[in-house]
Ligand binder design. Sequence first.
Ligand code: NAP
Length: 415
Amino acid sequence: MAKQGTKIGFENGKLVVPDDPIIPFIEGDGTGPDIWRASVMVFDAAVDKVYKGKKKIFWKEIYAGEKAFKKFNTWLPDETLKAVEEHIVGIKGPLTTPVGGGIRSLNVTLRQKLNLFACVRPVKYIPSVPSPVKHPEKMNVIIFRENTEDVYSGIEWAQGTPEATKVIKFLKEEMGAKMRDDAGVGIKPISITGTKQLMRMAIKYALDKKRKSVTIDHKGNIMKYTEGAFREWAYQVAKEEFRDKIVTEDEIEKEYNGKAPAGKLIVKDRIADNMFQQVLTRADEYDIIVTPNLNGDYLSDACAAQIGGLGMAPGGNIGIPYAMFEATHGTAPKYAGQDKVNPGSVILSGAMMFEYLGWDPVSEVIKESLGATIKQKRVTYDLERQMEGAKLLKSSEFGKAIVENMDGVIKKLKI
Ligand code: NAP
């Protein structure tokens, strides 16, 4: 528990980060505690080595999932949500989603209650990680996936219930829809608000980090008023709010003879099925990708698998002002308590969090040191079984190995 520290603030649309921020964390279920122990060791060491005592995180444990249920008889205590609201930025391990029993996914609930409208997933190759493709190094994208709408909104009725029957009757009789009477029904809302706030965040990020392009990924040829509208509204944000900083692919063809003018962020769009094959065949043509919820769910994992990093893919659920960084894999319950699994996903999510806090050197040191450790073939079981001549480490040993590499990385990066 945090004994001291200062709360992060949010003023004029910007985070105000003290030198001693309190950061709430959820350890997570299953392998979560093993992973968290290894990760927090890496985070504290990186901050200490970079800032030499001038900055320090005060971690505050908050509860969700099985630990919350055991302690407070509820899967997601109100205090947990309040703590994130109070401290603004948090980090979490994986949480069990109880199957059946009317309990919704805790992750989905957290995202919706805190309006964490963007799920941000960077996918970049770490050299030496075994990959199923020939050129995994060509992939370097950041996916901004809408996080609160689409078929994930939870507006659905089971087949045969009075509600489903009533909705089907309404749709057929009053709206002229053709559908079978024995269908289950789900609703797919995609709004101007949801789309525009996501696109705005993605473009701001792309401009801030001097990225090359933003691609709107959608299935608008089929779902015209949801995914098609997503495309339209996303382009509106680009053209109306960032006109002097962007150029669309269409404009490049029509007005610039096919050659993009220097210094402009390129905005383009791709239909989702094409997007899937493009990230496989022409990965280096994509940079920032903005997508509705369901497409983004599939695409994030497909891209992460391509670089061999599904078990290490980091993620952040970000809104305004709250943000929660998280492991993208599940709780891997069969390995719980064995100090065995790869803590890379939470460690790299932490690196994202430090970048979000503006502590970029800490983020760089964590990413580089993790990369160096993998290059030395000192890895956990998941990578060891795929890498010839690798040394098998426990989760905690992997964390320690990363810390051992930090001094060398700091010297190399001249931090
Ligand atoms: P999972 O926990 O991701 O595990 C599936 C397999 O992925 C594991 O058996 C393991 O494969 C590999 N794996 C996962 N994490 C790993 C790590 N850190 N290091 C190395 N390998 C790792 O998926 P699941 O079994 O479908 O789900 C279990 C629970 O997690 C469910 O309750 C689910 O709802 C929940 N879940 C939570 C989140 C979240 O909190 N964000 C996300 C997804 C699922 P091998 O056995 O082949 O080594």
